[in-house]
Structures are given as structure tokens and as C-alpha cells.
Design a protein. Sequence first.
Length: 314
Amino acid sequence: MIRFPLTDLLDQQECYNFLLEILHPQSLCCPYGHFLSAGQCPPMCDRAPILDYRCRECGTVFNAFTGTVWASTHYSCAKIILILRGLTQGIPTLQLADELDCDYGTLLNYRHPIQAAALRCLDRSPLVDTATEGDEMFQNAGEKGDPHRDPTDPPRTRANKQRGRGTMANDRPPIQGVVGRETGEIRLTVCEDTRQVTIQSEVASKTEEGATFYSDESSAYYPVQASGRPHSTVCHSQQEYARDEDGDGVREVHCNTMEGIWTGLRNFLRPFRGVHKGYLAQYVAMFEWAHNLKRVTRGFLQGLISPPFIQLPT
């Protein structure tokens, strides 16, 4: 792939100012919360605009990236910005490493903790919609990258050919999803299996009691009605995909919206050419953020990379 010198076209100081505003929204401070003294100059400027300071209260040496995944990086601010852009847009690590002339392993070591932060920061409140749809998909996800030195446990030489339902144990973990018809927001969870107790717990946590819930005829959703949520189903096995239940001419009983979201998720995952099942939830979280947020905000980036000692504005 031919490379385009993107990092050379970005102003390093502007990139640093942008990152500083995200990492330290109040003001630059040390890991113990002591703010930089007014007029304090750094002892050395060889890495400008990334400057190291010594706290005058506790003596700690720090910079804007202390306490973050970028604490020991030698990447320029422009390259960090482009890495964040690539990670939030779902660009595969190998492609991003080639475009930015980075080491693949180093970039992967940045990707996983950033995506783990995205998973932790997901909105897990129930959807406020009065009508919701639920469904599950099964994603092939094994142990990509893991060494298999045990001859009795050889790695697969070809992709998982299993079809239909699966579990985390057989490398085909289910992803349960719910979408609100009014807001369009989604809630996705990588599950161990699709037993009734598992799925019912997910539906209860993602929807408000009293909200109408639409799904297919899967037996995993049978207990939904008893949880105080009106439940209607379509029978895919009988070639039924939408039904007008109240006679108003609108086929409101369907789960086509959620099934369409699965197409988007598969398209998001496909360029990675396989994802380790241990990290699948992280990639699904990035897709959920992209679907619900549509545009990267400072608050979103703060959740991904802010150091733990920073009190973010609420």
C-alpha cells in the first residue's frame, strides 16, 4: 500500500493542545492532583511540544501523558491523533501500522487497553424506548494469535465452519442485542451462551419494564412476557418476517431493525480477518459507540485515554 505523509501535514502544537484539553480539561497537573505552577518552565524542551515538568509540591516529574497508555511513547502528537482516529473508525491494526509506519505489536498494545476503556465506559442504562427489538448473532471468534504448543490441542488450519448457534466454548460466541425503535440506540453484549437465564437477564437490563419487546420465535425469549414486557414474535421457520398484529396496516411485529444492525457489525469486524474471542467484546463495544454516537466527541475520547487521577467534568 502506498503511504501518504499525513503526520507531516498536521501541526504538532495544535495536536498537543487538542490532546492536553482532553487529558487535562481543567489544567495540567501531576498524578497527585497538584496543578502546574503559574509561569513554571520545563527543565528541558528537547521533546517539544511534549514537555516534562517537576511538581513543586511533591517533586514528581510528569508530562501531559503521565498515567495514560501514551506515558512512555515516542510517537509524535500528530501520530497519536491519527492512531486515535484509526482506532475509533475501526481501521485494522495492520493497515494502520502500515499507513503510519508504526510497529504492529506496539500498536496492538495500544489498541487493546483503549478498546477496554471503551467497553468500561459503555452506557448500560436501559433503553427509554417504548418499543424495542431483540436478537442474537453468532460470531466466529477463536484463539487468534495464541500459541498452541500442546499437540493434543492443535490450532485450526481453516476458519470455523460451524453454522447456526454456538457458545463461547466452541469458538462461536453469541452477541445479544437490543435496539430501540424511537431512539435507534443499541445495547450489545457478548455472552457465554443463549440459555433462557442468560438472555432474559440481558433483556431485563437493556429495556424498561412495560416496553414492548419484539423478537423471533427463539425459546430463549419465552420468559420476557412474564417480566412485565409485552412480547410479540415472528416465526422465521415458517417464512414469517413481519406481521400486522393490531390491524392498522403497519407490520409492526418484526426484528428486522436488529437484524440489519448485525449486517453492520459483521461489516465492521470483517476487515480484521478474525478477532480473538477474549477481545471480541472490545471490538463490539467500539461498534456500539460508533452506532450510538455517530461523531467522536471530546467526552468520548476522555473516556478512552484520560489518566485515572483526572476528575472529568460531569
